[in-house]
Design a binder for this molecule. Structure first.
Ligand code: GLY
Length: 329
């Protein structure tokens, strides 16, 4: 078997196939340098969904459950301090409250926090209007995850005559699937601070969404812009400015932080916001693509679904790529 694409999805699929005893090679000219290289690594099924995305919530929760085993197998840290939603001003707090109401309706644990409780939970934050804690959410360092996966699965040349091909090439699918996924540029900054937040913070600042994902050693990822476009993803001055401005209003210590790196990559977005996992319409070619904002979170579930599909023919109807092809005809 061959997997096209050595991002976190392709590599996790390959690792799962290898674990089940299949001979597998991953093919990618630049392994782990696509969207996974930019990703902050939020394992935040609740903090990253919105009204109408209940399927994503279900899938994200199922995949979050698989992460502790995957992280342990790979020997990478999984931080599970939860996610703090925060609103900078009263309008932003309404956004937090709407999201908390959606999650409560779906039976998720949401702990409402007033301004003082937010400061108590995260002393590094500045003055905010209030927030909510989502316990149980987590984060990983996607670069560490990909490095560990690359030690476990062979990356090589395209295998001529491979019995099965899994296409996991992120925002750039080959023909005839190219049009099923489009790029949504995300710009992120990497910082180093002596006063980082302790857990993932997902905030709104005057309507601008922003997140901070700490690694526990002073490193913090600040993200992310979100912009549909056709041009190659580049880090823009405007995107950087917006991130820094929103980030420092939530987290004043940002001013003193070392700005280590800026990265821009395309998230692979589908028309209906759900990934494409399963039959491609071409014999012996399976898609594992279109994960949008959720590639890191959904990687282990995708790996399981792809391996199950190849072994049993089973397909999750919500993710079946043929829905998108029918729509395109
Ligand atoms: N899941 C974070 C992002 O896509 O920016």
């Amino acid at each position: 078997m061959e997997v096209l694409g050595a991002g976190i999805v392709g590599l996790t699929v390959a690792e799962e196939l290898a674990r089940r005893g299949h001979a597998v090679t991953v093919v990618d000219p630049r392994p782990a340098r696509g969207a996974s290289y930019a990703a902050a690594g939020m394992l935040s099924p609740a903090a990253e969904v919105w009204y109408g995305e209940e399927d994503l919530l279900r899938l994200g929760l199922a995949s979050l459950d698989l992460w502790p085993d995957l992280a342990a197998r790979l020997g990478v840290a999984l931080r599970s301090e939860g996610t703090l939603l925060v609103g900078h001003d009263a309008g932003d707090l309404q956004q937090v409250e709407r999201q908390a109401a959606l999650l409560a309706r779906h039976g998720r644990d949401v702990v409402a926090l007033d301004r003082a409780a937010v400061r108590q939970a995260e002393p590094a934050l500045g003055r905010v209007a209030g927030g909510a804690l989502l316990p149980g959410e987590a984060s990983v360092d996607p670069r560490a995850v990909c490095a560990a996966l690359l030690e476990r699965v062979p990356v090589g040349e395209a295998a001529s005559g491979a019995d099965v091909t899994v296409v996991a090439t992120g925002a750039h699918l080959p023909e005839p699937w190219t049009g099923l996924v489009s790029g949504v540029r995300g710009e992120v900054l990497r910082l180093r601070s002596d006063d980082p937040p302790q857990r993932t913070v997902r905030g709104w600042v005057a309507g601008e969404p922003v997140y901070l994902v700490p690694r526990g050693d002073g490193r913090v990822v600040l993200g992310a812009t979100s912009e549909r476009h056709d041009a190659p993803p580049v880090l823009t001055a405007g995107g950087t400015l917006r991130l820094l401005d929103a980030g420092r209003r939530l987290w004043p210590a940002l001013d003193r932080a070392e700005l280590v790196e800026g990265t821009a990559r395309d998230r692979p977005a589908t028309a209906d916001g759900l990934p494409l996992v399963g039959p491609s319409g071409v014999a012996d070619v399976v898609l594992a693509a279109g994960h949008g904002r959720h590639g890191v979170l959904l990687a282990p579930l995708t790996a399981r679904l792809v391996a199950d599909h190849l072994e049993t023919g089973r397909v999750d109807p919500v993710l079946d790529p043929r829905r998108a092809m029918e729509g395109a005809r």
